[in-house]
Design a protein around this ligand. Structure first.
Ligand SMILES: Nc1nc2c(ncn2[C@@H]2O[C@H](COP(=O)(O)OP(=O)(O)OP(=O)(O)O)[C@@H](O)[C@H]2O)c(=O)[nH]1
Ligand SMILES: [Mg+2]
Length: 400
Protein backbone atom coordinates (compact mmCIF):
# COMPACT_ATOMS: atom_id res chain seq x y z
CA UNK A 1 0.00 0.00 0.00
CA UNK A 2 2.80 2.35 1.01
CA UNK A 3 4.51 1.92 -2.36
CA UNK A 4 1.26 2.61 -4.21
CA UNK A 5 0.85 5.76 -2.17
CA UNK A 6 4.43 6.80 -2.94
CA UNK A 7 3.90 6.25 -6.68
CA UNK A 8 0.70 8.11 -6.59
CA UNK A 9 2.31 11.08 -4.82
CA UNK A 10 5.05 11.09 -7.43
CA UNK A 11 2.52 10.93 -10.23
CA UNK A 12 0.21 13.58 -8.91
CA UNK A 13 2.85 15.91 -7.48
CA UNK A 14 5.89 17.08 -9.44
CA UNK A 15 5.83 14.90 -12.58
CA UNK A 16 9.54 15.46 -13.10
CA UNK A 17 10.59 14.26 -9.62
CA UNK A 18 12.38 10.89 -9.91
CA UNK A 19 10.42 7.88 -8.81
CA UNK A 20 11.89 6.38 -5.60
CA UNK A 21 10.88 2.76 -4.87
CA UNK A 22 10.34 2.13 -1.17
CA UNK A 23 11.71 -1.40 -0.93
CA UNK A 24 15.00 -1.34 -2.88
CA UNK A 25 18.21 -3.03 -1.62
CA UNK A 26 21.41 -0.96 -1.04
CA UNK A 27 22.85 -2.40 -4.24
CA UNK A 28 19.74 -1.45 -6.23
CA UNK A 29 19.87 2.02 -4.68
CA UNK A 30 23.53 2.49 -5.72
CA UNK A 31 22.72 1.47 -9.30
CA UNK A 32 19.65 3.69 -9.39
CA UNK A 33 21.53 6.73 -8.09
CA UNK A 34 24.36 6.14 -10.54
CA UNK A 35 22.00 5.77 -13.50
CA UNK A 36 20.07 8.88 -12.38
CA UNK A 37 23.34 10.83 -12.30
CA UNK A 38 24.14 9.70 -15.84
CA UNK A 39 20.65 10.57 -17.01
CA UNK A 40 20.99 14.02 -15.43
CA UNK A 41 24.31 14.57 -17.18
CA UNK A 42 22.80 13.47 -20.50
CA UNK A 43 19.86 15.75 -19.97
CA UNK A 44 22.10 18.70 -19.12
CA UNK A 45 24.18 18.06 -22.23
CA UNK A 46 21.02 18.01 -24.34
CA UNK A 47 19.81 21.23 -22.70
CA UNK A 48 23.13 22.88 -23.47
CA UNK A 49 23.00 21.74 -27.07
CA UNK A 50 19.41 22.94 -27.46
CA UNK A 51 20.34 26.32 -26.01
CA UNK A 52 23.28 26.65 -28.41
CA UNK A 53 21.05 25.65 -31.31
CA UNK A 54 18.40 28.13 -30.24
CA UNK A 55 20.95 30.92 -29.98
CA UNK A 56 22.31 30.03 -33.40
CA UNK A 57 18.78 30.05 -34.81
CA UNK A 58 18.06 33.42 -33.20
CA UNK A 59 21.30 34.76 -34.60
CA UNK A 60 20.36 33.48 -38.03
CA UNK A 61 17.03 35.19 -37.74
CA UNK A 62 18.46 38.56 -36.77
CA UNK A 63 20.11 40.71 -39.37
CA UNK A 64 21.79 44.06 -38.91
CA UNK A 65 21.67 46.13 -42.04
CA UNK A 66 23.00 49.62 -42.75
CA UNK A 67 21.66 52.00 -45.37
CA UNK A 68 24.63 54.08 -46.50
CA UNK A 69 25.29 56.51 -49.32
CA UNK A 70 25.49 60.19 -50.21
CA UNK A 71 22.83 62.73 -49.45
CA UNK A 72 19.66 62.48 -51.55
CA UNK A 73 20.55 59.02 -52.81
CA UNK A 74 17.23 57.65 -51.53
CA UNK A 75 18.06 55.90 -48.21
CA UNK A 76 15.12 57.30 -46.25
CA UNK A 77 12.86 56.61 -49.23
CA UNK A 78 13.77 52.91 -49.07
CA UNK A 79 12.96 52.96 -45.38
CA UNK A 80 9.54 54.49 -46.09
CA UNK A 81 8.96 51.69 -48.61
CA UNK A 82 9.88 49.10 -45.96
CA UNK A 83 7.26 50.65 -43.69
CA UNK A 84 4.68 50.37 -46.48
CA UNK A 85 5.64 46.82 -47.51
CA UNK A 86 6.63 45.20 -44.21
CA UNK A 87 5.69 47.65 -41.46
CA UNK A 88 2.69 49.58 -40.20
CA UNK A 89 2.48 51.85 -43.23
CA UNK A 90 2.90 55.61 -43.21
CA UNK A 91 -0.27 56.66 -41.37
CA UNK A 92 1.60 57.73 -38.24
CA UNK A 93 3.58 60.21 -40.32
CA UNK A 94 0.89 61.85 -42.41
CA UNK A 95 0.27 64.77 -40.07
CA UNK A 96 3.97 65.52 -39.70
CA UNK A 97 4.57 65.29 -43.45
CA UNK A 98 1.94 67.93 -44.24
CA UNK A 99 4.41 70.61 -43.16
CA UNK A 100 7.27 68.95 -44.97
CA UNK A 101 5.21 68.93 -48.18
CA UNK A 102 4.44 72.64 -47.75
CA UNK A 103 8.10 73.42 -47.10
CA UNK A 104 9.15 71.37 -50.13
CA UNK A 105 6.83 73.43 -52.36
CA UNK A 106 8.07 76.75 -50.98
CA UNK A 107 11.71 75.64 -51.19
CA UNK A 108 11.31 74.65 -54.84
CA UNK A 109 9.57 77.84 -55.95
CA UNK A 110 12.02 79.99 -54.03
CA UNK A 111 14.98 78.26 -55.74
CA UNK A 112 13.33 78.85 -59.14
CA UNK A 113 12.58 82.51 -58.33
CA UNK A 114 16.19 83.11 -57.28
CA UNK A 115 17.42 81.40 -60.45
CA UNK A 116 15.15 83.57 -62.58
CA UNK A 117 16.73 86.68 -61.12
CA UNK A 118 20.28 85.30 -61.47
CA UNK A 119 19.69 84.31 -65.11
CA UNK A 120 18.00 87.67 -65.79
CA UNK A 121 15.06 86.09 -67.62
CA UNK A 122 12.07 88.39 -68.25
CA UNK A 123 8.86 87.65 -66.38
CA UNK A 124 5.27 88.39 -67.41
CA UNK A 125 4.42 91.84 -65.96
CA UNK A 126 1.41 90.50 -64.05
CA UNK A 127 3.69 87.99 -62.30
CA UNK A 128 6.18 90.55 -61.01
CA UNK A 129 4.26 90.99 -57.74
CA UNK A 130 4.28 87.21 -57.24
CA UNK A 131 8.01 87.04 -57.88
CA UNK A 132 8.64 89.83 -55.32
CA UNK A 133 6.51 88.03 -52.78
CA UNK A 134 8.32 84.71 -53.11
CA UNK A 135 11.80 86.21 -53.20
CA UNK A 136 11.02 88.16 -50.04
CA UNK A 137 9.80 85.21 -48.02
CA UNK A 138 12.20 86.29 -45.32
CA UNK A 139 10.25 84.93 -42.38
CA UNK A 140 11.09 81.36 -43.16
CA UNK A 141 14.16 82.08 -45.18
CA UNK A 142 16.24 79.65 -43.19
CA UNK A 143 13.77 76.83 -43.26
CA UNK A 144 13.39 77.42 -46.96
CA UNK A 145 17.02 76.56 -47.42
CA UNK A 146 16.91 72.84 -48.01
CA UNK A 147 20.60 72.60 -47.30
CA UNK A 148 19.97 73.73 -43.81
CA UNK A 149 18.96 71.53 -40.95
CA UNK A 150 16.62 74.29 -39.84
CA UNK A 151 14.02 72.51 -41.97
CA UNK A 152 14.31 69.69 -39.48
CA UNK A 153 14.05 72.18 -36.63
CA UNK A 154 11.06 73.80 -38.28
CA UNK A 155 9.23 70.49 -38.31
CA UNK A 156 9.76 69.98 -34.60
CA UNK A 157 8.93 73.52 -33.55
CA UNK A 158 5.16 73.89 -33.31
CA UNK A 159 5.24 77.65 -33.75
CA UNK A 160 7.31 77.45 -36.88
CA UNK A 161 5.08 74.57 -38.07
CA UNK A 162 2.00 76.73 -37.92
CA UNK A 163 3.97 79.55 -39.41
CA UNK A 164 5.03 77.49 -42.41
CA UNK A 165 1.46 76.34 -43.02
CA UNK A 166 0.13 79.92 -42.87
CA UNK A 167 2.90 81.07 -45.16
CA UNK A 168 2.03 78.30 -47.59
CA UNK A 169 -1.65 79.28 -47.68
CA UNK A 170 -0.85 82.98 -48.05
CA UNK A 171 1.53 82.40 -50.93
CA UNK A 172 -0.23 79.59 -52.74
CA UNK A 173 -1.58 81.75 -55.55
CA UNK A 174 1.84 83.30 -56.16
CA UNK A 175 3.38 79.84 -56.34
CA UNK A 176 0.81 78.72 -58.92
CA UNK A 177 1.19 81.90 -61.01
CA UNK A 178 4.98 81.68 -61.05
CA UNK A 179 5.05 77.97 -61.85
CA UNK A 180 2.91 78.72 -64.90
CA UNK A 181 5.20 81.48 -66.14
CA UNK A 182 7.23 80.42 -69.21
CA UNK A 183 10.45 81.96 -67.84
CA UNK A 184 10.14 79.99 -64.59
CA UNK A 185 9.59 76.83 -66.63
CA UNK A 186 12.77 77.72 -68.52
CA UNK A 187 14.64 77.92 -65.21
CA UNK A 188 13.31 74.47 -64.41
CA UNK A 189 15.29 73.15 -67.40
CA UNK A 190 18.43 74.13 -65.47
CA UNK A 191 17.28 72.11 -62.43
CA UNK A 192 20.64 70.36 -61.94
CA UNK A 193 22.56 73.60 -62.20
CA UNK A 194 20.46 75.44 -59.63
CA UNK A 195 20.36 72.49 -57.22
CA UNK A 196 16.61 71.97 -57.43
CA UNK A 197 15.38 68.88 -55.60
CA UNK A 198 14.39 65.97 -57.85
CA UNK A 199 10.76 66.03 -56.78
CA UNK A 200 10.31 69.80 -57.35
CA UNK A 201 8.00 69.30 -60.34
CA UNK A 202 5.83 66.82 -58.44
CA UNK A 203 5.30 69.31 -55.62
CA UNK A 204 4.72 72.33 -57.87
CA UNK A 205 2.23 70.43 -60.05
CA UNK A 206 0.11 69.55 -57.00
CA UNK A 207 0.00 72.86 -55.13
CA UNK A 208 -3.78 73.25 -55.25
CA UNK A 209 -4.35 69.88 -53.59
CA UNK A 210 -1.82 70.71 -50.86
CA UNK A 211 -3.68 73.95 -50.15
CA UNK A 212 -7.02 72.29 -49.31
CA UNK A 213 -7.90 72.75 -45.62
CA UNK A 214 -8.36 69.00 -45.08
CA UNK A 215 -5.18 68.05 -46.96
CA UNK A 216 -3.35 65.02 -45.60
CA UNK A 217 -0.37 63.66 -47.58
CA UNK A 218 -0.86 60.40 -49.47
CA UNK A 219 1.80 57.67 -49.46
CA UNK A 220 3.02 59.04 -52.79
CA UNK A 221 3.37 62.58 -51.33
CA UNK A 222 5.40 61.18 -48.42
CA UNK A 223 7.62 59.13 -50.73
CA UNK A 224 8.32 62.22 -52.83
CA UNK A 225 8.91 64.52 -49.87
CA UNK A 226 12.44 65.44 -49.00
CA UNK A 227 13.78 65.99 -45.53
CA UNK A 228 17.44 65.57 -44.83
CA UNK A 229 18.31 62.90 -42.26
CA UNK A 230 20.35 64.12 -39.32
CA UNK A 231 22.15 61.51 -37.20
CA UNK A 232 21.32 57.80 -37.35
CA UNK A 233 17.91 56.21 -36.86
CA UNK A 234 17.28 52.54 -35.99
CA UNK A 235 14.22 50.73 -37.33
CA UNK A 236 13.02 47.16 -36.85
CA UNK A 237 11.20 45.05 -39.42
CA UNK A 238 10.23 41.41 -39.66
CA UNK A 239 10.60 40.06 -43.18
CA UNK A 240 9.84 36.39 -43.81
CA UNK A 241 10.83 35.31 -40.27
CA UNK A 242 13.99 37.40 -40.15
CA UNK A 243 14.12 40.33 -37.73
CA UNK A 244 15.95 43.17 -39.40
CA UNK A 245 17.54 46.02 -37.52
CA UNK A 246 18.01 48.68 -40.16
CA UNK A 247 19.97 51.87 -39.65
CA UNK A 248 19.22 54.92 -41.81
CA UNK A 249 22.01 57.49 -41.73
CA UNK A 250 22.39 61.08 -42.87
CA UNK A 251 24.42 61.07 -46.10
CA UNK A 252 25.59 64.67 -46.11
CA UNK A 253 29.35 64.99 -45.64
CA UNK A 254 28.86 66.66 -42.25
CA UNK A 255 26.95 63.54 -41.15
CA UNK A 256 29.37 60.79 -42.12
CA UNK A 257 31.40 60.79 -38.91
CA UNK A 258 28.27 59.46 -37.16
CA UNK A 259 28.43 56.20 -39.14
CA UNK A 260 31.53 54.49 -37.75
CA UNK A 261 30.10 53.31 -34.40
CA UNK A 262 27.50 51.29 -36.32
CA UNK A 263 30.03 49.33 -38.42
CA UNK A 264 30.50 46.45 -35.95
CA UNK A 265 28.76 43.16 -36.54
CA UNK A 266 26.91 44.24 -39.67
CA UNK A 267 25.40 41.51 -41.86
CA UNK A 268 24.81 43.60 -44.94
CA UNK A 269 25.07 47.11 -46.27
CA UNK A 270 22.77 48.60 -48.81
CA UNK A 271 24.89 51.26 -50.43
CA UNK A 272 22.77 53.75 -52.36
CA UNK A 273 23.92 56.04 -55.14
CA UNK A 274 21.80 58.26 -57.37
CA UNK A 275 22.83 57.12 -60.85
CA UNK A 276 20.99 60.15 -62.26
CA UNK A 277 23.33 62.56 -60.43
CA UNK A 278 26.16 62.38 -62.98
CA UNK A 279 25.56 66.02 -64.01
CA UNK A 280 25.04 67.42 -60.51
CA UNK A 281 27.40 68.85 -57.90
CA UNK A 282 27.10 68.45 -54.13
CA UNK A 283 24.88 70.90 -52.28
CA UNK A 284 27.79 72.83 -50.84
CA UNK A 285 30.78 72.27 -53.12
CA UNK A 286 31.79 71.88 -56.77
CA UNK A 287 32.39 68.15 -56.35
CA UNK A 288 30.47 66.00 -58.86
CA UNK A 289 27.88 63.94 -56.99
CA UNK A 290 28.64 60.73 -58.85
CA UNK A 291 32.36 61.03 -58.09
CA UNK A 292 31.60 61.68 -54.43
CA UNK A 293 29.42 58.54 -54.38
CA UNK A 294 32.05 56.39 -56.06
CA UNK A 295 34.74 57.54 -53.60
CA UNK A 296 32.47 56.92 -50.65
CA UNK A 297 31.68 53.45 -52.00
CA UNK A 298 35.39 52.68 -52.25
CA UNK A 299 35.91 53.70 -48.61
CA UNK A 300 33.04 51.59 -47.34
CA UNK A 301 33.74 48.60 -49.51
CA UNK A 302 37.40 48.34 -48.49
CA UNK A 303 36.94 49.24 -44.84
CA UNK A 304 38.66 46.49 -42.78
CA UNK A 305 35.51 46.17 -40.63
CA UNK A 306 33.52 45.23 -43.74
CA UNK A 307 35.52 42.17 -44.76
CA UNK A 308 32.66 39.80 -43.94
CA UNK A 309 29.87 42.22 -44.71
CA UNK A 310 27.81 41.68 -47.82
CA UNK A 311 27.43 44.74 -49.97
CA UNK A 312 24.33 45.36 -51.99
CA UNK A 313 24.64 48.32 -54.33
CA UNK A 314 21.46 50.18 -55.29
CA UNK A 315 22.06 52.36 -58.33
CA UNK A 316 18.96 54.45 -57.76
CA UNK A 317 16.81 57.03 -59.55
CA UNK A 318 16.85 55.15 -62.84
CA UNK A 319 13.58 56.91 -63.80
CA UNK A 320 15.35 60.30 -63.63
CA UNK A 321 18.40 58.94 -65.48
CA UNK A 322 16.14 57.76 -68.35
CA UNK A 323 14.67 61.27 -68.68
CA UNK A 324 18.03 63.03 -68.48
CA UNK A 325 19.62 60.86 -71.16
CA UNK A 326 17.14 62.41 -73.61
CA UNK A 327 18.86 65.80 -73.37
CA UNK A 328 22.12 65.52 -71.39
CA UNK A 329 25.27 63.81 -72.67
CA UNK A 330 27.14 61.66 -70.17
CA UNK A 331 30.31 62.34 -72.14
CA UNK A 332 30.06 66.05 -71.22
CA UNK A 333 30.62 65.06 -67.58
CA UNK A 334 32.66 61.85 -67.91
CA UNK A 335 34.98 62.43 -70.86
CA UNK A 336 36.30 58.84 -70.73
CA UNK A 337 32.81 57.60 -71.62
CA UNK A 338 32.70 57.02 -75.36
CA UNK A 339 29.56 54.87 -75.63
CA UNK A 340 26.12 55.89 -76.87
CA UNK A 341 23.85 57.94 -74.64
CA UNK A 342 21.46 55.02 -74.10
CA UNK A 343 20.25 53.64 -70.78
CA UNK A 344 21.80 50.17 -71.15
CA UNK A 345 25.29 51.37 -72.02
CA UNK A 346 25.31 54.22 -69.50
CA UNK A 347 24.14 52.03 -66.59
CA UNK A 348 26.72 49.37 -67.50
CA UNK A 349 29.42 52.06 -67.53
CA UNK A 350 28.56 53.43 -64.07
CA UNK A 351 28.15 49.92 -62.65
CA UNK A 352 31.69 49.09 -63.84
CA UNK A 353 33.01 52.30 -62.32
CA UNK A 354 31.63 51.40 -58.90
CA UNK A 355 32.68 47.74 -59.00
CA UNK A 356 36.25 48.65 -60.02
CA UNK A 357 36.64 50.31 -56.59
CA UNK A 358 36.24 47.02 -54.76
CA UNK A 359 39.80 45.78 -54.13
CA UNK A 360 38.81 42.39 -52.74
CA UNK A 361 38.33 39.75 -55.47
CA UNK A 362 36.63 37.41 -52.98
CA UNK A 363 33.94 39.93 -52.27
CA UNK A 364 30.83 39.63 -54.37
CA UNK A 365 28.82 42.79 -54.76
CA UNK A 366 25.14 42.49 -55.60
CA UNK A 367 23.89 45.27 -57.86
CA UNK A 368 20.31 46.47 -58.35
CA UNK A 369 19.08 49.28 -60.56
CA UNK A 370 16.34 50.83 -58.49
CA UNK A 371 13.50 53.29 -58.55
CA UNK A 372 13.01 53.83 -54.84
CA UNK A 373 9.81 55.86 -55.06
CA UNK A 374 8.09 53.00 -56.95
CA UNK A 375 6.52 50.67 -54.37
CA UNK A 376 5.89 47.92 -56.93
CA UNK A 377 9.56 47.75 -57.94
CA UNK A 378 10.78 48.02 -54.35
CA UNK A 379 8.63 45.04 -53.34
CA UNK A 380 10.63 42.88 -55.76
CA UNK A 381 13.97 44.39 -54.75
CA UNK A 382 13.31 43.99 -51.00
CA UNK A 383 12.37 40.33 -51.53
CA UNK A 384 15.64 39.81 -53.36
CA UNK A 385 17.66 41.53 -50.59
CA UNK A 386 15.94 39.29 -48.05
CA UNK A 387 16.92 36.24 -50.15
CA UNK A 388 20.56 37.37 -50.15
CA UNK A 389 20.58 37.88 -46.38
CA UNK A 390 18.84 34.54 -45.71
CA UNK A 391 21.23 32.67 -48.00
CA UNK A 392 24.33 34.21 -46.45
CA UNK A 393 23.06 33.42 -42.94
CA UNK A 394 22.58 29.78 -43.92
CA UNK A 395 26.04 29.76 -45.43
CA UNK A 396 27.55 31.27 -42.29
CA UNK A 397 25.90 28.58 -40.18
CA UNK A 398 27.27 25.84 -42.47
CA UNK A 399 23.83 24.65 -43.57
CA UNK A 400 24.59 25.17 -47.24
N1 LIG B 1 12.21 60.19 -58.99
C1 LIG B 1 12.82 59.57 -57.97
N2 LIG B 1 13.00 60.22 -56.81
C2 LIG B 1 13.60 59.55 -55.82
C3 LIG B 1 14.06 58.21 -55.94
N3 LIG B 1 14.63 57.85 -54.76
C4 LIG B 1 14.50 58.90 -53.94
N4 LIG B 1 13.90 59.94 -54.57
C5 LIG B 1 13.64 61.28 -54.04
O1 LIG B 1 14.89 61.87 -53.71
C6 LIG B 1 14.78 62.71 -52.58
C7 LIG B 1 15.83 62.33 -51.55
O2 LIG B 1 15.58 61.06 -51.04
P1 LIG B 1 15.93 60.65 -49.53
O3 LIG B 1 15.44 59.26 -49.36
O4 LIG B 1 15.48 61.67 -48.59
O5 LIG B 1 17.54 60.67 -49.58
P2 LIG B 1 18.56 60.26 -48.42
O6 LIG B 1 19.57 59.38 -49.05
O7 LIG B 1 17.82 59.73 -47.25
O8 LIG B 1 19.22 61.66 -48.08
P3 LIG B 1 19.96 62.10 -46.69
O9 LIG B 1 18.99 61.86 -45.59
O10 LIG B 1 20.30 63.53 -46.86
O11 LIG B 1 21.19 61.26 -46.59
C8 LIG B 1 13.33 62.56 -52.09
O12 LIG B 1 12.60 63.66 -52.55
C9 LIG B 1 12.84 61.29 -52.75
O13 LIG B 1 11.47 61.33 -53.03
C10 LIG B 1 13.87 57.56 -57.20
O14 LIG B 1 14.27 56.40 -57.43
N5 LIG B 1 13.25 58.29 -58.17
MG1 LIG C 1 17.65 60.36 -45.33
Amino acid sequence: MASTQSVSINDMGDPLRPYVPTNETPDEKRKRVSSEKQAKKRSEAIDKQLKAEREEREKQKMAKLLLLGSSESGKTTVLKQLKIIHGRGLSDERQRYRRIVHLNVLTAIKALANALITFGYPIKPENQQHLDRIVNLAAIKNSLNRNSITVQAAIKNQQLDDNSQDIFMENMNSVIALWNDPSVKKCYNSASEIGLQDSAKYFLDNVERFGKSDFLPTDEDILQARIRTVGVAEHKFEIADVIYKIYDVGGHRSQRHFWAPYFDDVNAIIFMAAISAFDQTLEDSDMNRMIDSIQLFEEICNNPLMINTHIILFLNKIDILKQKLGYINVNDYFSEYQGDNKFQSVTAFFKRKFLARNHNDEKHIYVHFTHATDTKQMRVIVASVNDIVQRMNLKASGLI
